[in-house]
Design a protein around this ligand. Structure first.
Ligand SMILES: *[C@@H]1O[C@H](CO)[C@@H](O)[C@H](O)[C@H]1NC(C)=O
Ligand SMILES: *[C@@H]1O[C@H](CO)[C@@H](O)[C@H](O)[C@H]1NC(C)=O
Ligand SMILES: *[C@@H]1O[C@H](CO)[C@@H](O)[C@H](O)[C@H]1NC(C)=O
Ligand SMILES: *[C@@H]1O[C@H](CO)[C@@H](O)[C@H](O)[C@H]1NC(C)=O
Ligand SMILES: *[C@@H]1O[C@H](CO)[C@@H](O)[C@H](O)[C@H]1NC(C)=O
Ligand SMILES: *[C@@H]1O[C@H](CO)[C@@H](O)[C@H](O)[C@H]1NC(C)=O
Ligand SMILES: *[C@@H]1O[C@H](CO)[C@@H](O)[C@H](O)[C@H]1NC(C)=O
Length: 532
């Protein structure tokens, strides 16, 4: 996009260029994708922290550790805390902490303590032991939201378990197993119990609209159960219900594949093309996994075929996408039938489209080859016209060409976001499909978290593996099952001073770089391709 802008700018008469806003003009002329990323990254982190209580500058009244979805109180009113948005935000902050940002430790612990309390708050979905963990949102002061809403939403407990396990495993790896046992495991155990009990029941999807079964929800539930069982073992515990249910969750997940793309929801009359599936893929990415179709890994044929189907569905319906050919980044929304706020692209969906591809690049580099089959062929042909079914080793010219083309394609989605993000760097929820102007909730916490996640993957900073390599085998027969959960109040919410207070010397860093892997050259070395 930077290149397209330069071309169109050059075509303008000189006097018109003179009338453009100097700041904006400068940003677009000299701005490469890399320079936007360099500015947006620290701003995004600040934007997240500004939306977390109790000291966040934009969210006065929010309790300690509580993530507010957006400071916007009207049109739309997002001044609440959602379990999903909060977990995805802290999944990102914990990843940044593990990669070396030790200043985030206190707020991570505040979040964990806040969730121990929130689990006990009776709400319209139930109480701790009767389904209350599936409540999607709470008031900023941690009281129940009692108005009508699309509830329950069963992805929340799974996502929260994933976020907490990442921190808990870091504690274990750094010699704080007893702290992980006392302060993290009891919360995780409740969330895992919820998943084992309810995964096979319907609920509302991540967009809070479809009462049914959702790919995103089932995918993140499977991941949570697998890593929950592994986390239990690392604590000297067990999660037998995780072990019994996970294969059946994976079995059910297969039914969302319709032969050519992912049907994101059962229980809706929509086409099924939905960024739900892109988000499901990036949030179940395992850096050690093969390109497994069963778990829809980012480099799998299924995920790539689906990426094309989903992103192509937005090419013709948003006028800001007109004229952009297949295989080039576009503005991506939730689903083509969307009518919320008239149906527009979302920043977080556009970032997710990029992130799937950065993840795939990481996996190909690690595996050392790319396989193209009949399922993924159309995806590859869009970016490399001579693509053909076959295996391409990393030593081949075709491999290098494909990797370079996919990197450019991924960057193209970020460049779209760069083009429409305001020069003051704030990220809202949506941008207008015709004008590109930011709309809906301002300073959406999830937009910032989604940006930072995509940028980490672009830099080959990846999360710890969750155990996919031993959890990708699908049972021969799917059965409707559940394991009734056992719940108890998580009580330990104080943290030792040696782990908090921003003292970097007190924080063990032995594993802090362990998950910041050596950048695969294919991902890290092409940062100038957009403006080339
Ligand atoms: C967004 O957050 C920034 C600070 O992070 C703040 O200055 C601004 O007023 C907020 N709201 C809007 C609408 O930009
Ligand atoms: C918590 O917030 C809700 C919603 O703003 C408000 O109605 C309620 O009075 C508050 N409760 C307390 C104890 O502050
Ligand atoms: C429960 O699992 C069975 C077996 O996979 C499946 O046929 C059924 O549709 C599932 N129902 C829900 C609501 O998840
Ligand atoms: C959601 O669907 C389930 C199963 O069809 C139904 O029992 C439940 O009442 C529905 N929930 C709402 C809020 O409509
Ligand atoms: C799968 O879903 C896609 C997207 O809605 C659709 O184009 C395709 O025809 C479906 N395939 C089958 C076999 O139903
Ligand atoms: C590619 O390699 C895989 C795994 O070794 C193999 O199963 C497959 O048949 C190969 N495909 C082609 C087209 O050579
Ligand atoms: C940033 O830019 C957006 C879009 O132009 C605008 O709505 C918002 O008020 C601006 N925020 C600040 C803090 O300048």
């Amino acid at each position: 996009m930077a290149r397209q802008f330069l071309l169109s700018l050059a075509a303008l008469p000189l006097f018109q260029r003179g009338f453009a806003s100097p700041a904006r003009l400068e940003a677009r002329v000299t701005g490469t994708l890399d320079s936007w990323i360099a500015q947006e990254s620290p701003f995004a982190l600040e934007g997240i922290l500004a939306n977390i209580g109790s000291s966040g500058s934009q969210v006065s009244g929010a309790a300690s550790g509580i993530v507010i979805a957006s400071p916007s109180k009207s049109n739309p009113d997002y001044f609440y805390t959602w379990t999903r948005d909060s977990a995805l935000t802290f999944k990102q902050l914990i990843e940044m902490f593990i990669a070396g940002d030790t200043s985030l430790q206190t707020i991570i612990e505040d979040y964990i303590s806040s969730q121990a309390y929130l689990q006990t708050v009776s709400n319209p979905s139930g109480d701790l032991s009767t389904g209350g963990l599936g409540e999607p949102k709470f008031n900023a002061n941690m009281t129940a939201y009692t108005g009508a809403w699309g509830r329950p939403q069963r992805d929340g407990p799974a996502l929260r378990a994933t976020a907490l396990i990442a921190y808990g495993q870091w504690l274990v790896d750094n010699g704080y197993t007893s702290l992980a046992l006392s302060n993290v495991w009891p919360i995780v155990e409740n969330d895992l119990a919820y998943v084992t009990e309810y995964w096979n029941q319907t609920g509302y999807d991540l967009w809070e609209e479809v009462n049914g079964s959702s790919f995103f929800t089932i995918a993140v539930q499977h991941r949570a159960l697998v890593e929950g069982a592994n986390f239990a073992i690392s604590l000297g515990k067990t999660c037998p219900d995780c072990v019994s249910q996970a294969p059946q969750v994976l079995c059910y997940l297969q039914s969302f594949w319709n032969g050519s793309s992912i049907l994101s929801n059962f229980g809706s009359s929509r086409s099924g093309k939905d960024a739900n599936s892109l988000l499901g893929t990036i949030h179940t990415f395992d850096p050690e996994a093969a390109c497994d179709d069963t778990t829809f890994q980012p480099c799998s044929s299924r995920a790539l075929a689906n990426h094309k189907v989903v992103t192509d569905s937005f090419r013709s319906i948003y006028s800001i996408n007109s004229g952009i050919a297949a295989g080039q980044g576009v503005a991506v929304g939730r689903y083509p039938e969307d009518s919320y706020m008239d149906g527009n692209p979302w920043f977080l969906c556009t970032f997710a489209a990029a992130e799937v591809l950065y993840d795939a690049l990481y996996q190909w580099d690690k595996i050392g080859s790319i396989t193209i089959d009949s399922t993924s062929l159309a995806f590859f042909k869009d970016v490399y016209s001579s693509a053909a079914v076959g295996n391409y080793s990393s030593s081949s010219t075709a491999y290098s060409s494909i990797v370079s083309a996919v990197k450019t394609y991924a960057d193209g989605y970020l460049s779209i976001a760069e083009t429409y993000a305001p020069t003051n760097l704030t990220l809202s929820e949506q941008f207008d499909k015709s004008t590109g102007v930011s709309i809906s909730a301002a300073n959406l916490t999830w937009s910032y978290a989604a940006f930072l996640s995509a940028i980490n993957r672009r830099d080959a900073v990846v999360p710890a593996p969750w155990g996919e390599t031993s959890a990708s085998s699908v049972p021969a027969t799917c059965v409707a099952t559940s394991a009734s959960g056992s719940y108890s109040t998580a009580t330990a919410t104080s943290w030792p001073a040696t782990l908090t207070g921003g003292s970097t010397t007190a924080i063990p860093t032995s594993s802090a770089t362990a998950t910041k892997t050596t950048s695969p050259s294919t991902v890290a070395s092409t940062t100038t391709s957009v403006t080339a």
